[in-house]
Design a protein around this ligand. Structure first.
Ligand code: HEC
Length: 280
């Protein structure tokens, strides 16, 4: 609720009421118009967060019904409104305002149509599927990798041989800081030096909704094929994520994947959970 707008609306109505009582009686039509305008202003600017225009129009439709009901409540009200309209359209002294209204009304309608059809061209609003389903298999340097079954070959070392595992993570650290940190950031928060030049911005791996919900084979696919490897269906992609298959070896990609998880503390999604497909 925007109290300032509410206060202004109440003050305007109160002001009219004073005029009506002390200065000059207002016609029934003027009152109805004032109430309509007051409620229009209140619905459009007085409510926060703002109501959608369609809802505002719906409310105004209800207001029109209420005002019409009020107007037709007694024949005196009705007569007063009718007499005002008849006077305005037939009496000589209103000739000039009448002409103005008759010219102005079509002009306003025309202006509204004109403004609506001459809107600035704008980019279409379109959603982006951040985690599209991966292909079943990919070609990596001439080798076929089945993404549904491929596991990180070095993940088993985590329990079997922690020292060898640490070496792979260390290699992943090197790969990350030599190649990825410029975009994904020193803390993997998607805020590297170049990040803000891109749309979409680089993924923020500290956010549990990125690598935390993905399998390592998915990460492998995204790192190997980058933005160019994303499916085109339905969404416009202009991801700046490079296709690292041209620059890194298979081992380096698995190692950097280990490092992404080691650094952020997230755990990869397990392979057997693949069927309930949450790769949004
Ligand atoms: C030129 C900037 C840039 C560089 C360098 C870069 N990335 Fe990215 N990366 C992006 C952008 C932008 C996105 C988000 C759009 C997308 O998903 O393709 C992204 C997305 C990703 C994703 C997908 C995350 C998700 O939640 O789907 C992974 C994984 C990833 N990057 C890993 C890496 C790794 C590993 C490296 C280094 C080898 C790297 N990136 C280097 C720009 C970059």
């Amino acid at each position: 609720m925007n109290w300032l707008v509410l206060l202004l609306v109440i003050a305007a109505l109160a002001g009219l009421w004073v005029v009506d009582r002390k200065v000059r009686r207002l016609n029934m039509l003027a009152w109805l118009a004032a109430w309509f305008a007051a409620l229009y202003v209140f619905f459009s600017y007085g409510i926060e967060p703002p109501l959608p225009t369609s809802i505002v129009f719906m409310y105004l439709g209800i207001v029109v019904i209420i005002l019409t009901a009020y107007l037709s409540a007694t024949s005196a009200y009705l007569a007063e409104a009718r007499d005002a309209v008849v006077a305005f359209t037939t009496e000589k002294r209103y000739a000039i305002p009448l002409v103005i209204v008759l010219v102005l009304l079509p002009l306003l309608v025309a202006a509204n149509v004109y403004l609506n059809i001459t809107q600035e061209p704008a980019a279409p609003i379109s959603g982006r599927t951040i985690h599209p389903p991966p292909p079943a298999q990919i070609q990596f340097k001439g080798k076929t990798i089945n993404l549904a079954t491929a596991a990180n070959p070095y993940r088993v070392l985590e329990e079997r041989d922690p020292a060898a595992f640490a070496e792979h993570v260390e290699n992943g650290r090197r790969v990350y800081f030599q190649n990825c940190a410029f975009c994904h950031g020193d803390n993997m928060e998607g805020d590297g030096h170049f990040a803000h030049g891109f749309d979409p911005i680089p993924a923020n791996f500290s956010d549990p909704q990125t690598i935390g919900i993905l399998q390592e084979s998915y990460i492998f696919w995204r790192v190997a094929k980058g933005g160019p490897g994303l499916p085109h269906e339905s969404t416009p992609w202009s991801s700046a994520m490079p296709a690292w298959e041209h620059f890194l070896t298979e081992e380096e990609i698995w190692d950097v994947t280990l490092f992404l998880y080691a650094f952020t503390g997230h755990r990869p999604r397990a392979l057997h959970a693949a069927e309930d497909s949450a790769l949004e």
